[in-house]
Design a protein around this ligand. Structure first.
Ligand SMILES: [Zn+2]
Length: 250
């Protein structure tokens, strides 16, 4: 899987996975970087932040909910360690302000949990762009990680879509012209999925039956991740948010 990091004037957005350390170190040594902003704490976005802390002594910012995660070295499940490597601890500063400006850009920091509790996107409405971190990735995901929540993702997509922009910079897909349409497509897909899951549940189906019917399990990645990434999490995250009268059955 490709990982993108972005430089906006003197701001570096994310530091990539530790497995890309040689490339990232060369980039940060050569370019005039004065600040780092992290879209969230996951290891493929913060893998070189501890090197930057030890060698560059520049401010590194993250949403307040991400600070504690970063203070510990990661102990990843094997499949994630193989992809990205574990990363060392570092000590980012929590955002104090909703806005961040560079010479040419003026971003609003928008909290968008669902993929990670500390996930943010950066939007410059005047320039019409959004650095979307991992909010987009694919327009119709059929499985999720145990730490993700579909209803939360829907709310974060809705919140983001209220802003005015056209293009997005996705951490794993790069520059996507008219990416706002892709975010809409993802929101619509997840809303439909949420409705289908709710409807099936109202008909008395169990979470397992719903998963089999709506999201048949056959993806290699789900096996590689030992089902840390699985459609079960997709279905259960939706069922968890159903009104109280259902909750005893979930
Ligand atoms: Zn992530």
């Amino acid at each position: 899987m490709t990982v993108y990091i972005f430089l906006v004037d003197d701001v570096l957005i994310d530091t990539g996975p530790f497995s890309m350390r040689n490339e990232v170190v060369n980039i940060v040594k050569e370019l005039p970087i004065n600040r780092v902003i992290h879209t969230h704490h996951h290891e493929d976005h913060t893998g070189n932040s501890s090197w930057i802390e030890r060698n560059l002594h520049i401010p590194q910012l993250i949403h307040p909910l991400g600070v504690e995660h970063c203070k510990k070295s990661t102990r990843l499940p094997l499949y994630r360690a193989v992809f990205w490597n574990n990363r060392g601890a570092f000590h980012p500063t929590p955002f104090e302000n909703r806005f961040i400006s560079t010479d040419n850009y003026s971003f609003e920091i928008v909290h968008t949990p669902g993929h990670a509790e500390d996930h943010i996107v950066l939007i410059d409405e005047e320039k019409g762009i959004c650095f979307s971190g991992d909010l987009y990735l694919f327009h119709s995901p059929t499985s999720n990680f145990s730490f993700e929540s579909v209803p939360e993702l829907i709310r974060s997509l809705d919140k983001t879509l209220k802003y005015s922009f056209e293009d997005i910079y996705c951490s794993h897909r790069g520059y996507l012209k008219n990416g706002k349409k892709l975010l809409e497509r993802k929101r619509d897909y997840l809303l439909q999925l949420q409705q289908n899951v709710t409807h099936a549940f109202e008909q008395g189906k169990t979470s397992k039956e719903i998963r089999k019917e709506l999201l048949p399990k056959n993806k290699l990645f789900q096996y590689i991740s030992f089902f840390e990434n699985s459609p079960n999490h997709t279905v259960n995250s939706i069922l968890k948010e159903l009104p109280k009268e259902y909750s005893s059955e979930v």
